[in-house]
Design a protein around this ligand. Structure first.
Ligand SMILES: [Zn+2]
Ligand SMILES: [Zn+2]
Length: 222
């Protein structure tokens, strides 16, 4: 073989073989000397049909019988690849070399790309969704920790509201700050009946150091 389609036996066999008309095969030896272009016989030149083998400059476009299309040289019809210039019905879709490039196949191929792109988007969205779910779960956990551990001020105000200092407490000592209760300072009474400065017990419960009464260790709310 001198190229993928031409046996050396075909070179100089007195038949002009188009597939041998290449540099590697010495342009089919002498076989094509009497042809304007390989595959194009005098008979084809002289008939009234357009022969694609003759549709090239060398054969004067089959002696001007051809209108496959302008720009499609007949050599392109045999070059084993699809040429856009020849990819029309009148050139038999580049002499059938454009099988994969016909409009419907192009559309199908584009559809394939679109479907692949959609799939990729779905995968990305799924990953984002999973990440968001994970964040949400973490938020939920943090929320639970807050609920379980640290009390918030609203809860404290609801369960052990601030009150003015009763007269019988004045001059007694707050067990948190060891200062005296005064008339002008608000106090809170826990459910265990222990009293503290409003600020003192609120701070203790809010900062999470303790969630029980500092004197009796009972729950401040029950
Ligand atoms: Zn105090
Ligand atoms: Zn107590």
């Amino acid at each position: 073989m001198c190229n993928s389609q031409c046996l050396w036996a075909m070179v100089n066999n007195t038949i002009c073989d188009l597939q041998c008309y290449t540099d590697d095969c010495k342009f089919d030896g002498d076989d094509c000397d009497n042809y304007c272009y390989p595959g194009c016989t005098n008979e084809m030149i002289n008939n009234v049909l357009c022969d694609i083998e003759c549709n090239n400059e060398e054969c004067q476009y089959d002696n001007f019988m051809c209108n496959c299309t302008s720009g499609c040289h007949s050599s392109l019809l045999y070059n084993d690849k699809c040429d856009d210039a020849c990819n029309v019905k009148s050139c038999n879709y580049d002499n059938d070399q454009c099988k994969d490039e016909r409009p419907i196949i192009r559309i199908l191929r584009i559809c394939g790309f679109v479907i692949a792109a959609i799939q990729l988007c779905l995968i990305i969205l799924t990953i984002i969704w999973y990440c968001k779910m994970d964040c949400y779960t973490n938020d939920y956990r943090i929320m639970n920790v807050e609920e379980r551990g640290i009390l918030n001020l609203m809860e404290i105000n609801k369960n052990i509201p601030e009150t003015v200092c009763p007269v019988n407490l004045i001059n007694k000592i707050c067990a948190i700050c060891f200062e005296e209760f005064k008339e002008e300072k608000m106090i809170r009474k826990l459910k265990c009946e222990h009293y503290f400065h409003s600020e003192c017990i609120a701070q203790l419960l809010l900062n999470g150091h303790s969630s029980t009464c500092p004197l009796c260790n009972k729950s401040p709310f029950k």
